[in-house]
Design a protein around this ligand. Structure first.
Ligand code: BTN
Length: 246
């Protein structure tokens, strides 16, 4: 994939800009990067705090040639790429389903994938936020968030290049004949949440507790509940529970 990088000092949201660009005919590989976002978005309509130079704010336009059922795997693929980018910097990240990247159980990066119809078919915008500094974390996330600076990463030179390198690699893998299975397997190898983790999951209108039990072929999370039945989670927020405190 050829990457074209569009950089901004300040923007509302790199995802919003990438969505606009995709609608206007941007090719796969366009990346929007900003030093600051005034309306950064997280999953489930949350705000992504995006102070100047406090994070990497990055969005990539993709046009995956994938069966629709496998589109959610683009999100997992991006989580794997972020994981490996941070591992290359000397960290030992974990991935909490669906794509929160954690270091020492604190969130250091997140992925927000959004889709839009274009003349060229469906475009997926992969938005990635990586915390570089912790200075402007609001109090409500300070305890659960981490940053590269805090984790002792000295230099973040070439962070975008490293990230695009990993994205290109895993996106290509996803597009191969057994790509969906391979991506699930790559995810399994990087996430302690794949199986055996006691969790509470909040879906739109439901809350359940149980133990993770692998992923479905489309990346949905299987949770074995205490009554022995299994729930398939297509979207939701996962919270780790200590085995002895539910
Ligand atoms: C999450 O909730 O974990 C996802 C956070 C994604 C944040 C990134 S920052 C770059 C891109 N632009 C946005 O507005 N959001 C994503």
């Amino acid at each position: 994939m050829n990457f074209t990088i569009l950089t901004f000092d300040t923007i509302d949201s790199t995802n919003t800009e990438a969505l606009k660009q995709a609608k206007a005919g941007a090719k796969e590989g366009l990346c929007v990067v900003a030093r600051e976002q005034t309306a950064g978005r997280g999953r489930h309509g949350r705000t992504w705090v995006s102070g100047k130079d406090a994070g990497l704010y990055f969005s990539l336009v993709l046009k995956p040639k994938l069966e629709t059922q496998y589109l959610p795997l683009v999100t997992l693929m991006a989580g794997i790429a972020v994981h490996d980018t941070l591992a290359e910097l000397g960290l030992a990240p974990d991935i909490k389903w669906v794509n929160d990247i954690l270091v020492d159980e604190r969130k250091i990066a997140g992925v927000l994938a959004e889709t839009t119809e274009t003349d060229d078919g469906v475009a997926v915008i992969v938005g990635i936020g990586i915390n570089l500094r912790s200075t402007n974390f609001p109090p409500e996330i300070a305890a659960s968030a981490a940053s590269l600076e805090e984790a002792g990463v000295g230099s973040t030179v070439n962070l975008t290049e490293r990230l695009t390198g990993h994205l290109a690699h895993f996106y290509e893998q996803l597009g191969t004949a057994n790509g969906p299975t391979a991506i699930i397997d790559e995810w399994r190898r990087r996430s302690t949440y794949f199986s055996g983790k006691r969790v509470r999951v909040a879906t739109g209108n439901d809350m359940l507790t149980g133990v993770t039990h692998g992923l479905e072929p489309n990346g949905a999370l299987r949770v074995r509940k205490d009554d022995g039945s299994t729930s398939i989670i297509q979207a939701g927020d996962v919270e780790r529970l200590r085995a002895d405190c539910d």
